[in-house]
Design a protein around this ligand. Structure first.
Ligand SMILES: *Cc1c(COP(=O)(O)O)cnc(C)c1O
Length: 370
């Protein structure tokens, strides 16, 4: 029986070639040419001035918050439906995440619910382009402007996603990316901050490198800082992956279209729905997901696993996690967490694979809802 993991990196000859160059040259830590090469190429791909590599997508969120001077006594608006790293980064700086429910169709933060949660302590709106689907940035930027708030984009899942012709991550003061092994492109572990602001870029470059300011004598550090540097080895993998990103994105789009084709009988009967893009946006479709409107998503996951098909449940609502507990009314994120299932979405999958998986899903759901 063939095994279908949810996600799998695509690593080939190019990655090996670049990594071997690092190994042969001895540049295996954060010095070496690949770090800068990767940063320049990523900034170019995004159509933005500055890109700073980091050790992972969680610390890049942390660095953005520190660079903005957000800390104790401050509040940051965060989607209730996101990966835990988004909310944790706010806790790292001693600020308070304030959760906002998601939209049931896009799964992203519901912009119409943001204003109610803004008060004098609010400093920033942190949004996540969930599963690669761009948020409604027009509405979010309008609110941010009205209340003079910074917008931070957690674009960890949205490399190559586009909103009104512009790349995600370029709308707010800074955007954060992850290159974990299951993301659209990977460096094993890794992250990147992109920004238009020289000031933010310079601050992040200092913060990730123990605050070693080139203006000072070596080992004179003028502030608390971190070692959040990416290695040359990671950057070598990253550059090789970036050079293939458009191919990966094309494949993600195809996979999404194939699922839509093979699962259409269920959509027509109102038994499942797919995540929806907002008008004028183009998701990267990091993963293709379905919501099971009738029947149990857990039961379907078990049936699929017996046939070698792995799935993942949706994220758990942030306000219900023990260290983030928060009172409030979050009906949509609670509903999504129950109904949602992430389907195998690796770029290595073929149309035949998706057909195999699709057939199992159609059969299982029709049987359960008969
Ligand atoms: C993966 C991810 C992160 C964290 O990235 P790491 O590189 O694993 O630290 C943050 N936010 C979201 C939405 C993610 O999917």
């Amino acid at each position: 029986m063939k095994h279908y993991p949810v996600l799998q990196p695509t690593i080939g000859a190019r990655e090996k070639k670049y990594v071997n160059e690092c190994l042969d040259s001895g540049w295996i830590s954060s010095g070496g040419k690949y770090v800068q090469k990767f940063e320049r190429a990523f900034a170019h791909f995004k159509g933005i001035r500055y890109a700073a590599t980091t050790f992972n997508g969680t610390v890049s969120l942390h660095l953005i918050l520190v660079a903005l001077g957000i800390g104790k006594g401050d509040e940051v608006i965060v989607p209730d439906f996101t990966y835990v790293a988004t909310a944790n980064a706010v806790l790292y700086v001693g600020a308070h995440p304030v959760f906002v429910d998601c939209d049931k169709t896009t799964y992203n933060i519901n912009p119409d619910l943001i204003e109610k949660k803004i008060n004098k302590k609010t400093r920033a709106i942190m949004v996540t382009h969930l599963y690669g689907n761009p948020c409604d940035m027009d509405k979010i930027m309008r609110i941010a402007k009205k209340y003079k708030l910074a917008v931070i984009e957690d674009a960890a899942e949205a490399h190559g996603a586009i909103y009104k012709g512009k790349m995600t991550g370029t709308f707010g003061v800074a955007g954060s990316y992850s290159f974990f092994g299951n993301k659209i492109m990977t460096t094993g572990e890794g992250g990147m901050v992109i920004t238009k602001s020289k000031k933010i870029y310079d601050t992040i470059a200092l913060l990730r490198n123990q605050g070693q300011n080139p203006r000072h004598r070596r080992y004179f550090h003028d502030r608390l800082a971190y070692n959040y540097r990416m290695t040359n080895l990671q950057a070598a993998v990253g550059l090789a992956q970036l050079e293939q990103l458009n191919t990966f994105l094309k494949q993600k789009r195809l996979i999404h279209a194939w699922y839509k084709e093979f699962l259409s009988p269920l959509v027509k009967k109102g038994l499942i729905v797919f995540q929806e893009e907002t008008p004028k946006s183009k998701s990267s479709w990091w993963v293709t997901t379905i919501r099971i409107l009738r029947g149990s998503s857990e039961k379907l996951a078990e049936t699929l696993l017996k046939k070698g098909v792995e799935t993942r449940p949706f994220f758990y609502p942030m306000h219900k996690l023990p260290h983030l507990k928060q009172k409030g009314y979050f009906p949509s994120s609670e509903k999504l967490a129950k109904e949602g299932l992430i389907l195998p979405s690796s770029t290595l999958l073929s149309k035949k694979d998706i057909q195999y998986i699709g057939n199992i899903i159609v059969k299982a759901i029709l049987k359960e809802t008969k």
